[in-house]
Write a protein that binds this ligand. Structure first.
Ligand code: ADE
Length: 419
């Protein structure tokens, strides 16, 4: 089995962490038990381009237990946990192509290697596999039954492709499942982003002005958790309904030109490019910290930050680069502008990835079961999958809920009863 990882000797350490995570992923484990017996993925090749974390390792093992041949590469050069990659290769005989800190050339070499595996189903976090299947590996298009997309940024790309008529394979927007974005994007990003900022800097958040750039599900989660740590949170937005929601959630909402002057810590979570730009760096306070928790490292215009600075930028501690502006201020960039929660911390906690990856596993099974080719478009995760994941998660947490009475069911399906 071909693989490319840092060091197989890290397998034991990785394996312990994978087991620890697995203990907090009870829904995925239940699905894994069933997959072991039923083998719904038998004979299929599944290629995944995901963050190589202990949670992803548990998903890979479940897909393998379901009968699939599995191959994994990283969806970000800085998020790979090398010990986990080693555990998958050495202990589980799963092919992995990922090394933390790999350069761009190696990153793409690894994505190519994953597609050379000729998958029937692909799992993406950011649409890199789909993108390559459309740009270079075109011969794979008839073979790929569907590609599953994990993140908002990827779904935006896929919808843009579908709108342009450029999409050539069926895709499923796993991100858009309620049991994914309402929990992973909100509580997962919320906690792990705060975790990444603290691990990188060791600063106290209480009393600081934290600027949450974007108020989608990730931004909401981050703003809420930063407020919980005692920060004074300012939200910036471009979409009026979201901005209004932020106001009514009790946040101060400002245009970035104003927020830039008062923020101590800025975090971008928008999925769009150049959210923090030259004009903002011009007015930031001395000591301002800037970071990103969106999928790609495009949200902070690092070239503009460099242009506003003297030549010397220096790493002042791990994951913290100091830029000295020409008028003598310091601006600190975390994790090179890449996802701070995965680069400086370990990403979302296992118990929230449990739901996202349960949805991934069940959607993979759904795709495998489709008779005939799925229509070429962006599909939603079937509602039953969403509800199964939620019901199993509640059960695993020991939470019971009510059922509708016969009378209530009848009331909901009738229209005659009025005031
Ligand atoms: N995305 C965010 N957190 C993650 C994690 N822990 N594992 C895989 N993908 C993630």
């Amino acid at each position: 089995m071909e693989s490319d990882i840092l060091d197989g000797g890290l397998a034991e350490k990785g394996s312990k962490r994978v087991t620890w995570s697995g203990q907090n992923m009870p829904v995925l484990a239940l699905i894994g038990e069933r997959f072991k017996k039923e083998k719904p993925l038998k004979g299929l090749k599944v290629a995944a381009c995901l963050h190589v974390t202990s949670e992803t390792a548990n998903l890979m093992k479940v897909l393998r237990d379901g009968g699939a041949d599995v191959c994994l590469c990283a969806s970000n050069p800085l998020s790979t946990q090398d010990d986990v990659a080693a555990a998958l290769v050495e202990n589980d005989q799963i092919a992995v192509f990922a090394i933390r800190g790999e350069d761009n050339k190696t990153y793409y070499k690894h994505i190519h290697a994953t597609l050379d595996f000729e998958p029937d189903i692909t799992l993406d976090d950011g649409a890199d596999l789909v993108s390559l299947i459309h740009k270079e590996k075109i011969a794979l298009q008839p073979k790929v039954r569907a590609s599953l997309e994990e993140t908002t940024t990827g779904v935006i790309r896929l919808r843009a492709m579908a709108k342009d008529g450029a999409l050539k394979i069926p895709v499923v927007a796993v991100n858009d499942a309620d049991t994914k974005h309402l929990f992973d994007n909100r509580y997962g990003t919320g906690q792990s982003t705060v975790d990444g900022i603290i691990r990188a800097t060791d600063i106290l958040l209480a009393g600081r002005v934290v600027v949450a750039c974007g108020y989608g599900w990730c931004g909401r989660g981050f703003a809420d958790r930063a407020r919980g740590m005692g920060a004074r949170v300012v939200v910036t937005e471009v979409e009026p309904i979201r901005a209004l929601e932020a106001v009514m959630d009790g946040f101060q909402v400002l245009p970035m030109s104003e927020a830039a002057k008062i923020g101590d810590i800025f975090c971008t979570l928008t999925g769009n490019r150049s959210v923090l730009r030259g004009e903002h760096f011009e007015v930031m306070k001395d000591g301002a910290i800037v970071c990103n928790s969106g999928h790609f490292n495009i949200e902070i215009d690092i070239e503009a930050l460099q242009a506003a600075s003297t030549e010397v930028k220096r790493e002042v501690r791990e994951h913290v680069t100091e830029y000295r502006t020409k008028n003598g201020r310091s601006i600190y960039l975390l994790a090179e502008g890449r996802l701070v929660n995965l680069a400086a911390a370990r990403g979302h906690p296992s118990s929230v990835m449990d739901m996202s990856f349960a949805a991934q596993a069940l959607t993979t099974e759904f795709v495998a079961k489709q008779k005939g080719r799925m229509e070429v478009r962006v599909h939603d995760v079937p509602r039953e999958i969403d509800q199964t994941v939620a019901a199993l998660k509640l059960k695993s947490m020991g939470v019971s809920i009510d059922e509708l009475t016969a009378e209530q069911k009848e009331y909901l399906s009738s229209w005659e009863v009025g005031t």
